[in-house]
Design a protein around this ligand. Structure first.
Ligand code: TXA
Ligand code: MG
Length: 357
């Protein structure tokens, strides 16, 4: 299959709108189209068409029990495909969308059961990226889309990665440059009990627990609302099926480094190849010195953030893809403080890590 790459800049979106017509039509008719969102690239298909949605699972090699997020272009559309059951869900949508959040709601019949892996709920997301929203709007259908990567690999945050993995397999790839946020949306599910609401953070992301707590305080609900992470490390019965699969992994082993003094225990087995380092300047210089002392000279360093933690999110998967190209045999990643976005970033690194030292 010939893949057409449609390049669009976010700033020129109004001028370039016509370029989205063909990919949008292709989506509507049941083909798979890759497109940028503010978080990561998505691999989209018409969520009302089981045959179209199946193609996504096949292309990614994704297990059929892991549900897809359905993307819409505006809040008005939500009610066509899902039921909003309470004031907390309603206000989350009002406050955080369009944006990097997915709200798990009661599903309506029109959404393909394959898309939601047979669940009676559907993850709904209204992306902020105007290219994504225009594409969805022009397609006139809800768009089921997982991250645009082969299952298990790091999510695609740049067009070249999508082209490498899916060129020749889908008719259109919409290229909107590198994504801004770089990690996937926060997935939340609201549970209601007689005396309180609970907002469960099923997958942490750019919208943080702290953001949700602030929202709860200022929104004034009729009942108390608590915000909780679903502890992803030791759930027996995952609330979000995606939690049980290995994720975000580059080709080689990843080590999450908490204590630099323990790095040698792992590195001693990997002395004969290229070692990748991902961290802030202090971490990089300390570890480089140590590695050199241990006789390791073949090192690729990537500086994780220039300004703030937001850069770390943006650069994580991008860095993993660079290390893959460099054929590193081990990647050492600095541990960040696990609060706010740091928590969400570390969630991704932990899932990709073979060793934590
Ligand atoms: O930022 C994002 O969310 C990106 C872009 C493309 O929008 N999409 C994305 O999709 O990351 P994916 O398929 O890679 O991850 C979807 C996650 C999985 O962990 C899945 O288990 C969870 O959302 N999920 C989807 N529907 C759900 C549901 N009904 N209940 C619970 N979890 C759900
Ligand atoms: Mg994914």
């Amino acid at each position: 299959m010939e893949t057409r790459i449609v390049r669009i800049s976010v700033d020129e979106i109004d001028k370039d709108l016509y370029l989205l017509r063909k990919p949008a039509n292709s989506l509507k008719m049941g083909d798979v189209v890759a497109f940028p969102t503010e978080t990561v690239y998505g691999l989209g298909a018409n969520a009302t068409m089981s045959e179209a949605v199946k193609k996504i699972f096949e292309l990614k090699g994704r297990p059929y029990d892991n549900p897809l997020i359905v993307h819409l272009h505006s809040k008005d559309e939500v009610y066509k495909y899902a039921s909003v059951s309470n004031e907390v869900e309603e206000k989350i949508l009002d406050t955080f969308t369009p944006g990097p959040i997915t709200v798990v709601l009661k599903k309506k019949e029109v959404i393909s059961a394959i898309s939601t892996a047979g669940l009676d709920t559907v993850g709904i997301r209204i992306p902020y990226n105007p290219i994504a929203r225009k594409l969805i709007e022009l397609s006139e259908v809800p768009v089921a889309a997982p991250s645009a990567n082969i299952s298990g690999k790091p999510s695609a945050t740049d067009p070249n990665t999508v082209i490498e993995e899916f060129s020749g397999k889908i008719p259109y790839i919409v290229d909107g440059g590198r994504t801004h946020i770089g990690i996937e949306s926060t997935v939340v599910k609201v549970e209601e009990a007689p005396e309180k609401f609970t907002i469960l953070i099923v997958r942490p992301g750019f919208v943080t627990k702290e953001d949700l707590e602030e929202f709860v305080t200022s929104a004034q609900f009729k009942k108390p609302v608590e915000v909780l992470y679903v502890d992803e490390r030791d759930v027996d019965k995952p609330i979000s099926p995606g939690q049980k699969y290995k994720h975000y992994s580059p080709k080689c082993h990843v080590v999450l480094v908490n204590d630099i003094n323990k790095v040698y225990e792992v590195v001693k087995e990997y002395k004969n190849g290229k070692i990748g380092l991902l961290g802030r300047p202090k971490f990089l210089s300390k570890l480089r010195k140590l590695l050199e002392y241990w006789g390791i000279k073949d090192i690729v360093e990537l500086e994780w953030c220039k300004n703030d933690i937001i850069d770390c999110a943006r650069n994580l998967f991008f860095a993993y893809r660079i290390f893959d190209k460099e054929n590193t045999i081990l990647i050492l990643v600095e541990r960040l403080e696990e609060k706010g976005i740091g928590y969400s970033i570390m969630n991704r690194v932990r899932k990709s890590a073979t060793y934590i030292v």
